[in-house]
Design a protein around this ligand. Structure first.
Ligand code: HEC
Length: 137
């Protein structure tokens, strides 16, 4: 029973039948290769898609809530006080989604707290838009 099922599947595949549902499942196993290819180009992936936030509005959020640590120049005292947005390219290579998550939830074990209570979603993405536009180039 099993064998004949296998056989007919093989036949189907060999004929390039239009019912190729089983076929695409196979190449998926080759995926680790894909993952490597993605890793190989972090710079391309870093091309910042402009966040939905409003950088102009974000400037006010930044100077009120973030500047004490990240500083006006975005360098956070060369990273001693906070993330250095200017020189730490790996940091800014993170996606907006990832950075927004850090702003929302904070980074445990560091002074970067969760800003959920103080800032709503719009303010948080505005702040990130400001950071990207001002330091993240
Ligand atoms: C009390 C100091 C302090 C304040 C205030 C502060 N941060 Fe941070 N922030 C940090 C530190 C420290 C880090 C780096 C943590 C780490 O990864 O070691 C950081 C990291 C970050 C990162 C990088 C997150 C990541 O995933 O790598 C972003 C983005 C950020 N802060 C945004 C903000 C914004 C926006 C505000 C204001 C709403 C803010 N920070 C206020 C200390 C601060």
């Amino acid at each position: 029973m099993r064998l004949s099922l296998l056989f007919s599947l093989l036949l189907l595949a060999a004929c390039g039948g239009s019912e190729s549902t089983p076929a695409p499942a196979e190449p998926a196993k080759a995926e680790p290769v894909k993952a490597e290819a993605v890793k190989a180009e972090p710079v391309a992936a870093a091309e910042p898609a402009a966040p939905a936030g409003d950088a102009a509005a974000g400037e006010k959020v930044y100077s009120t809530y973030c500047m004490a640590c990240h500083q006006a120049d975005g360098k956070g005292m060369n990273g001693a006080l906070a993330a250095n947005f200017v020189d730490d390219k790996e940091r800014m290579a993170k996606s907006d989604a990832l950075l927004l998550k850090s702003i929302e939830d904070g980074i445990p074990g560091t002074t970067m707290i969760s800003w959920k209570a103080q800032l709503d979603e719009t303010q948080r993405s505005d702040a990130l838009a400001y950071i990207r536009a001002t330091f993240g180039k």
